[in-house]
Structure formats: structure tokens, C-alpha cells
Design a protein around this ligand. Structure first.
Ligand SMILES: [Zn+2]
Ligand SMILES: [Zn+2]
Length: 241
């Protein structure tokens, strides 16, 4: 009993524990919720405070700004937080650099052929870096959390579960069989629940059973199933904690 209590206290002191527990209060994949929130906060801070910082600008040139997903999130953050001028400053700077890079790629083509894909960024998207850090913390917690702990039980409540994308990220991160088994459980439980709802949704489309009516879970099952496969959709507002 003492050992188990010590293990629980140890779990609670790990990075991301309280955020993960908060994200398990919402339906869907908690890793998606947590990563989007951390990137949202990063972008909000960046657009308000750092767009004129020379070091930040240099890093953003190296990565050509963000990946598509995080550019689209940046637009949402900017329109929600009145940070359009931050986007305008960044975009102007990056367009100028892409133009210069493209011109250089054309002249390099004429002389010596450069290796690699032309115009490929030299650094990863900084939004992805922030997102990966949050995902790693959550996935490591879910890989060690034992039955009876908040993360273990929370992800098995109705409507929760790892998405397929974060299950794959978890398997890339966690190598031990016990850890992978816990991650698999965090996916399987929700996936099986969704499959039952999808099958009922399909069955009740038959005119013979239409009078039974859909439950709320059944009528939303098809969109939630796609999000469980592809990852949750980006929110329009700052995700709650
Ligand atoms: Zn996810
Ligand atoms: Zn990204």
C-alpha cells in the first residue's frame, strides 16, 4: 500500500500531470487537447510579444514560419486575440525571405545543382516542437499510469481515448511492452466504444429500426470517429484548462 501511494505521488509530480487530468475532463483525445492548448499559448505570446525580436525572427526564417496546421492555428489565434498586426509583420518578413530563397534556387539550378528539395526549411516548425514536447509528457504519463490512477481511469471514461495519430507517437516514444500495453489500452477502450456507436448508427439507418431513434453519442459517432483517426479538429477559441 505504501509503495502504491508513493508511486501515485511520484506520478502526480511528473511534468504535465495536472494538465492531462484537466484535459481528461473533456471528450476526445487528451493529447490533442493538450498539444493544441500549448501551441495556442505559444502563438499568442509570440504574436503579441516576440514578432520584433531578432532571434525569434531568425529562427522563424529558418523554419519558414510554421507547418500548414500551425499557420492555420496562428490565424485563429490572431483573429481571436486581435493579433493581426503580429501576423502581418511575420508574413511580410517571411514572404521576402521565401522570394530571396526562390531566386537563389533558380540561379543555383543554372550553375551547380544543390542537394535536397529546393526551398525546404532548415529547421522544424516551432509549433510542432512545442506540440511534440507536450505530447511526449502526456504519452509518458499514460504509459506509466497504473490502474486506479487518474490518467489510467480517466482515459477509459465514456467518449475519451487516444487518437490513432497519438497512439503511433506513443509507440515511437515508448519501447517497453508494459508501457505500450497501457497506451494500447488507452486507444482500444475508446475505439471499441466508438465502433459500437458506429454500428448502432448504421443499424438504425435501416427503416425497420429507424423508430428507435439515435442517442446523442450515436448521432455524433461518425465525426468523432474521424477525429479519433486523424486527431481532433483545431478549436476556434483558446482551449480551456
Ligand atoms: Zn490525439
Ligand atoms: Zn507545426
Amino acid at each position: 500500500v505504501i509503495a502504491r501511494r508513493a508511486a501515485r505521488a511520484d506520478l502526480r509530480s511528473k511534468v504535465g500531470y495536472h494538465d492531462l487530468v484537466a484535459d481528461l475532463k473533456r471528450r476526445g483525445c487528451p493529447v490533442c487537447h493538450g498539444t493544441v492548448r500549448s501551441v495556442w499559448r505559444y502563438l499568442d505570446g509570440l504574436l503579441w510579444e516576440s514578432v520584433n525580436d531578432p532571434g525569434v525572427r531568425k529562427d522563424l526564417r529558418a523554419s519558414h514560419g510554421f507547418c500548414r496546421e500551425h499557420w492555420l492555428l496562428a490565424l485563429r489565434v490572431a483573429s481571436q486575440q486581435s493579433a493581426a498586426s503580429g501576423i502581418a509583420i511575420l508574413a511580410d518578413d517571411l514572404l521576402r525571405h521565401v522570394l530571396a530563397d526562390a531566386e537563389r534556387a533558380v540561379s543555383a539550378d543554372r550553375s551547380t545543382r544543390r542537394r535536397g528539395r529546393p526551398l525546404a526549411p532548415d529547421a522544424p516548425c516551432p509549433g510542432c516542437v512545442v506540440s511534440d514536447r507536450t505530447a511526449a509528457a502526456y504519452l509518458e504519463l499514460l504509459a506509466v499510469a497504473e490502474e486506479g490512477s487518474e490518467p489510467f481511469d480517466g482515459i477509459r471514461r465514456a467518449g475519451r481515448g487516444l487518437c490513432a495519430r497519438h497512439l503511433a507517437d506513443g509507440f515511437a516514444l515508448v519501447h517497453g511492452a508494459a508501457g505500450r500495453e497501457r497506451l494500447l489500452g488507452a486507444f482500444t477502450h475508446g475505439a471499441e466504444e466508438l465502433r459500437r456507436e458506429l454500428q448502432e448508427f448504421g443499424r438504425k439507418h435501416d427503416y425497420r429500426f429507424r423508430s428507435e431513434g439515435f442517442t446523442e453519442a450515436e448521432s455524433t459517432s461518425w465525426t468523432r470517429a474521424v477525429h479519433r483517426l486523424a486527431g481532433e479538429a483545431s478549436p476556434r477559441k483558446e482551449p480551456p484548462r
